[in-house]
Design a protein. Structure first.
Length: 202
């Protein structure tokens, strides 16, 4: 498994990392800040805007993990339609993510896993994550596959969350998953974000 840490990498000059209120993971900071020493996992790191923002806004984080394969891909969840990203684009995104982490002031807390989510999931034990934020999926099939794959990795009492609720492929997949496994906790949606507090495993 391709695991990257930054403890032995010199930091870059500190920079503030901001996000627009409509951007992915803007609201999750409030949930994270109510936790004590949380383990935070984000899939779909891309250029690192979200994870660097969360690191600076949530100083109580004990460890933050970012998962992304940083490979050539086609994203069907784009407002402009299917969008193809080259390997060169993904390489630039990985470099940007690394630089944002190094300039966040919290580089020693971060582990990046440069793998497909289906591989990276095995890095985590069941009931080990306090807040999981899913944002890697490129199509409906990705959503359908990742929900049961990752669900038990989140602690009972932790938060299972994600982005792109505005796309039917995400919304329908999440609702079908909840129905299939009779998941009862209230589903909260704000803009493109969705989240609920876990009350049990599947």
């Amino acid at each position: 498994m391709n695991i990257i840490t930054f403890e032995n990498t010199p930091p870059l000059p500190l920079e503030p990392h901001f996000k627009y209120i409509k951007a992915a993971n803007y609201l999750m900071q409030h949930l994270i800040n109510m936790m004590e020493d949380p383990i935070y996992v984000e899939t779909g790191v891309s250029a690192g805007r979200s994870i660097s923002f969360i690191l600076q806004k949530c100083p109580s984080i004990k460890r933050a993990y970012g998962v992304d394969f940083w490979s050539e891909n086609t994203d069907t969840f784009e407002r402009s339609g299917d969008t193809h990203y080259s390997q060169a684009h993904s390489d630039r995104a990985f470099l940007s993510a690394s630089n944002r982490i190094l300039s966040s002031g919290h580089k020693d807390k971060v582990t990046l896993i440069k793998e497909d989510v289906a591989v990276a999931v095995d890095h985590f034990e069941d009931n080990s994550i306090d807040l999981l934020f899913l944002d890697h999926y490129l199509n409906k099939k990705d959503v359908e596959e990742c929900l049961p794959m990752w669900y038990n990795k989140v602690k009972v009492g932790g938060y299972f969350a994600g982005h792109d609720w505005i796309y039917a492929g995400v919304k329908k997949s999440v609702l079908n998953f909840r129905e299939q496994y009779d998941i009862k906790p209230l589903l909260s949606v704000s803009g493109g974000e969705w989240v609920w507090k876990k009350d049990g495993n599947i």
